[in-house]
Write a protein that binds this ligand. Structure first.
Ligand code: T4K
Length: 405
């Protein structure tokens, strides 16, 4: 029996755990459960590491991982980094960004932190309501004499308007960096993500489509940039005792690269499972008014790592937060990726700044469990709960409010 085997389907709202019923799942279902490839191949690689006694500092598995990423993305240079946040920091520094850099507010906070950490001001831009990625029209209005670059985010593996952004960056003489933490294995106009702008950054965190426990990479076709980034990733060392520039420690360990390589070998299987899950969610929620599962461009390659549902509370009568609370009680740990928007987070909070599309969307999105740990039966059970709640939205919401202390 599957350990997540749901109990009997819930028929009425009093069956919901929050109103006294049993939770639908005996164990917690997470968003971001790691995809794990062939354990034996990973174990063999770990044994090789022990035999070689080369644990980190640009070892052979890191070298191989970099080559595989460069091959897959069709990019000239790949520098593996310990995580994507440090990769962003290094790319930002190697690109010479300073002053102000324009970023979308609707992203994981690391995109903004990587700038602020280096005392560069993130200037928050709204999103386009269609693409949910940075709005190129507003972006142009935010450019000032202090602006040195743009960081655009290929959020949830869905592309931003890359060609337009490249055109703006060239015309306004700005550097263009893509935070493609979510977009490894995705394409844009038939070309793999990785080769756009001046550079791109991937994440191989445990929760990502391909994971290296923790990990990241900078990919670029620019020889000088790659050279500088590689120096910066290893304290600026050129040879023993020789330092070319200020650097940091952004190195990936051999065990991370072994995990990354092993998982890359299974990425087609991960995509097939994710895609199937995405289709199933979309189908099972299709006719539910007020609920939309964000779609992906089927003409492009996609890793389908995030299943994001949008809830229009004016239609469902139950809010995103109420639905999330109910799901959590059922042991479905749906997440508010990304709430409340970086511009409303404490270190950046500017009460003067209004980004209506970001604010609207961040109140509506909910990421649902997917990946190799989830089964079709789990998805059916999750969708049934959502359907039960949404089709009784008014009653559920009134009951929740009445019972709130
Ligand atoms: N740019 C963007 C657009 C990003 O989304 C991210 C990271 C970055 C840059 C920076 O990349 P890294 O520096 O991390 O390489 C998680 C991840 O930690 C973060 O990598 C990711 N984005 C973000 C979207 O999600 P949290 O704070 O939500 O993580 P946490 O601990 O709540 O874990 C998420 C879920 O995954 C939990 O429900 C539990 C589950 N989980 C997690 C881990 C680590 C597991 O089941 N097993 C695990 O080993 O940030």
């Amino acid at each position: 029996m599957h350990k997540h085997m749901p109990h009997a389907p819930k028929q009425v709202i009093s069956d919901l755990q929050i109103f006294g019923g049993r939770p639908a799942f005996a164990e917690k279902l997470h968003v971001g459960r790691p995809n794990i490839g062939n354990r034996q191949w990973f174990a063999d690689r770990v044994n090789e590491i022990f035999e070689r006694k080369w644990l980190t500092n640009n070892g052979p598995f890191v070298d191989e991982f970099e080559k595989r990423i460069a091959e897959l993305t069709g990019v000239k240079h790949c520098i593996a980094i310990c995580n994507a946040t440090i990769a962003l920091e290094i790319a930002i520094r190697a690109l010479g960004l300073k002053g102000e850099v324009i970023v979308p507010s609707f992203t994981f906070v690391a995109t903004a932190h990587a700038l602020q950490w280096q005392e560069i001001t993130p200037v928050f831009c709204d999103i386009d309501p269609q693409t949910h990625t940075i709005d190129p029209n507003q972006l142009e209005t935010l450019i000032t004499p202090r602006t040195t670059g743009i960081i655009a985010v290929n959020l949830f593996g869905r592309n931003c308007e890359i060609a337009r952004l490249e055109e703006i960056a060239t015309r306004r003489n700005l550097k263009l960096l893509f935070d493609s933490a979510h977009a490894f294995g995705c394409s844009y106009q038939g070309r793999m993500i990785g080769g756009f702008g001046d550079a791109e950054v991937f994440s191989f965190h445990a929760t990502k489509f391909v994971n290296a426990f923790e990990g990241g990479a900078i990919v670029t076709n620019n020889d000088d940039l790659a050279h500088t980034a590689r120096l910066m990733q290893n304290f600026g060392f050129t040879t023993y005792d020789q330092i070319a520039c200020v650097g940091t420690n952004g190195k990936m360990s051999e065990v991370s690269a072994a995990m990354g390589l092993t998982n890359m070998e299974s990425m087609d299987d991960f995509i097939a499972i994710n895609r199937q899950h995405h289709k199933q969610y979309a189908k099972e929620l299709a006719d539910l008014s007020g609920v939309t599962v964000l779609s992906n461009d089927e003409e492009e390659k996609c890793n389908y790592q995030y299943v994001v549902m949008e809830i229009d509370a004016s239609n469902t009568l139950v809010t995103r937060d109420e639905l999330m609370q109910i799901l959590h009680h059922e042991n479905v740990l749906a997440r508010r990726y990304f709430y409340p928007g970086c511009h409303r987070m404490k270190p950046y909070n500017s009460s003067a700044l209004s980004l209506p599309e970001t604010e609207k969307l961040s109140e509506r999105v909910l990421s649902l469990p997917t990946g190799t740990s989830i089964t079709p039966a789990d998805i059916t059970a999750i969708c049934r709960i959502i359907r039960l709640v949404v089709s009784n939205g008014r009653e559920v919401s009134e009951k929740l409010r009445a019972e709130r202390p």
